[in-house]
Design a protein around this ligand. Structure first.
Ligand SMILES: Nc1ncnc2c1ncn2[C@@H]1O[C@H](COP(=O)(O)OP(=O)(O)OP(=O)(O)O)[C@@H](O)[C@H]1O
Ligand SMILES: [Mg+2]
Length: 510
């Protein structure tokens, strides 16, 4: 049966100041398929989808929907035409219920008092048709990230979406939640929904898509069927070369203890004295990478905040370089040689309104050579930023544009470059490769191994178990704020998985 073309992009061009984001893209999406969009950071994936959804307007080219020219692309019109988009940053209102969020801005034929009941029935019909189970009366702030995503999807379906666009939907999910999402997408797809799915993870793309398109530097390089391709070909199409599966690591040369945590606990007095961290003891020495594996929201964020001096523990002791730093400030720790790569890069790692150059010297701006006397050395800073941009392959038209304009992955590269170029002795990294493309991930991993070989001690906190296994000399597993197990690279994935799920506990001592 010949495929029916549902959506076509013809010669789409988009230019931002100094960047050709899309350079004549032609792409067809068939009715009823799952079409994956792959490409390096800054390749133009989000831009293409934002144009379809009407968040941007193209500078050239045309879009055809079901054979007809689709003009006046605005979000409102997109919804009317059955296009739904799930953004990476959810747009739900936390203190509203699920029901209230879904019906926001809709009017019913009933008087206001009956409105909620009317909508409740209507939403149930849609949820039932697609087999989605969600409690409509929960507050959004009470539900997990995975559930929020389901709400966004139900909301789009309720508005009549026949085409769902998901921009990196799994980067915020745990492996289990990702599998649930795929099951849901598969069900929707069987019932006729066409899906466009952006991802950097080749495993995911190979698992759920029918066809895959690869963008590189704003051009469509190829569209291939899943059944006719494999990981190697895809990574080659994306980055122009093959990507290493395993790293060659030298034996760790353990030196002095750098970081020691003794019985660190954290109690949340605002929330029924809940224990967020329970007597965590661990140490990291020179020249080793210690990985903390765990499913998201098991205390990783709090642990990172405490080690980096942003938050104080309720009890316990922290030493760094032989000094008691339990009460030290972040600034003091940075002066002692700590670098910190936080998970939440948009809020903690960058000042979005500042230029790329300003962001490369965020915590060191008062130091030489960036400041002389009291004046900032503009030319020195520009040169420093330009070198960093070159070395870390940050795709930006210049170092003077606001960092907000960069693609997600390129923002992350700015932080990584800044932190790696400090005179670091201890590196605290949380989710360092979130949102990065395969080439950039490999680069960051090599940088971490290089740091280790130079004798720097690294504490890596990541929910990506593959990443933790590839890099760490020792692995600790965190579950509900407690270290519940210890493993090394020889421990099997399934055994670590059991610890991550809390069903296998060991006693771990220093
Ligand atoms: N609002 C904007 N202003 C200026 N430049 C922009 C803007 N949005 C995107 N760009 C630029 O357009 C190019 C394509 O960006 P886009 O966000 O589409 O990439 P992407 O493929 O989604 O990358 P990532 O995988 O990192 O999310 C990048 O060079 C980016 O810096
Ligand atoms: Mg993007």
């Amino acid at each position: 049966m010949p495929e029916e073309i549902y959506l076509s992009f013809r010669d789409i061009r988009k230019i931002f100041p100094g960047v050709v984001a899309l350079d004549g893209v032609n792409l067809d999406v068939y009715r009823g398929e799952i079409h994956a969009l792959l490409g390096e950071n800054g390749a133009g994936k989000s831009t293409l989808m934002n144009i379809l959804y009407g968040l941007y307007h193209q500078d050239g080219g045309e879009i055809f929907l079901k054979g007809e020219k689709y003009e006046h692309n605005t979000p409102k019109n997109a919804i009317l035409h059955g296009i739904g988009m799930i953004h990476q940053h959810f747009m739900l209102i936390p203190n509203f219920t699920v029901l209230e969020n879904i019906i926001l801005g809709q009017t019913s034929p009933n008087p206001p008092k009956m409105e909620k009941e009317y909508f409740r029935k209507e939403i149930f019909k849609v949820a039932d048709k697609f087999g989605i189970k969600i409690d409509l009366d929960l507050l959004v702030e009470e539900v997990s990230v995975g559930m929020q995503q389901k709400i966004e999807i139900l909301k789009a379906l309720y508005k009549g979406a026949e085409l769902l666009i998901l921009d990196e939907p799994t980067s915020v999910l745990t492996p289990q939640e990702s599998q649930e999402l795929f099951k849901m997408l598969d069900d929707l797809n069987k019932k006729g929904t066409t899906i466009i799915f952006i991802s950097h993870k080749l495993n995911e793309v190979m698992q759920i898509s029918d066809r895959i398109s690869v963008l590189r530097d704003g051009e469509l390089i190829a569209t291939v069927s899943k059944s006719e391709t494999d990981h190697h070909e895809l990574s080659k199409l994306m980055v122009g070369r093959e990507v290493e599966e395993e790293y060659q690591k030298e034996e760790a040369k353990y030196g002095e203890d750098v970081l020691i945590l003794e019985k660190i606990s954290l109690i949340d007095h605002h929330n029924h004295d809940r224990r967020l961290l329970k007597e965590i003891s661990l140490k990291v020495c020179e020249g080793e990478i210690v990985g903390i594996a765990g499913v998201d929201e098991n205390g990783q964020k709090e642990l990172a905040e405490i080690i980096s001096g942003l938050r104080k523990p309720s009890s316990g002791k922290i030493s760094m370089f032989g000094r008691d730093v339990t009460h030290a400030t972040t600034h003091q720790l940075i002066e002692m040689g700590m670098s910190y790569i936080p998970a939440d890069r948009r809020n903690e790692g960058l000042v979005l309104e500042f230029s790329v150059a300003e962001n490369t010297i965020l915590e060191t701006n008062y130091q030489k050579p960036f400041t002389k006397g009291i004046s900032l050395q503009k030319s020195v800073i520009t040169k420093f930023a330009q070198d960093l941009v070159r070395e870390y392959d940050v795709r930006t038209p210049s170092v003077n544009v606001p960092v907000r304009n960069l693609s997600g992955g390129n923002q992350q590269k700015v932080i990584i470059g800044r932190e790696f170029s400090k005179k670091t002795r201890f590196l605290l990294v949380v989710q360092p490769t979130w949102g990065l493309d395969v080439g950039a991930i490999e680069y960051v991993h090599h940088k971490l191994l290089e740091a280790r070989e130079k004798g720097i001690s690294v504490l890596l906190i990541s929910t990506d178990l593959e990443e933790v296994r590839k890099l760490s000399d020792r692995i600790l597993v965190i579950y509900e704020g407690e270290i519940v197990g210890q493993a090394d690279t020889r421990t099997s994935v399934s055994e670590i998985g059991l610890m991550m799920a809390g069903s296998k506990k060991q006693t771990v001592s220093l």
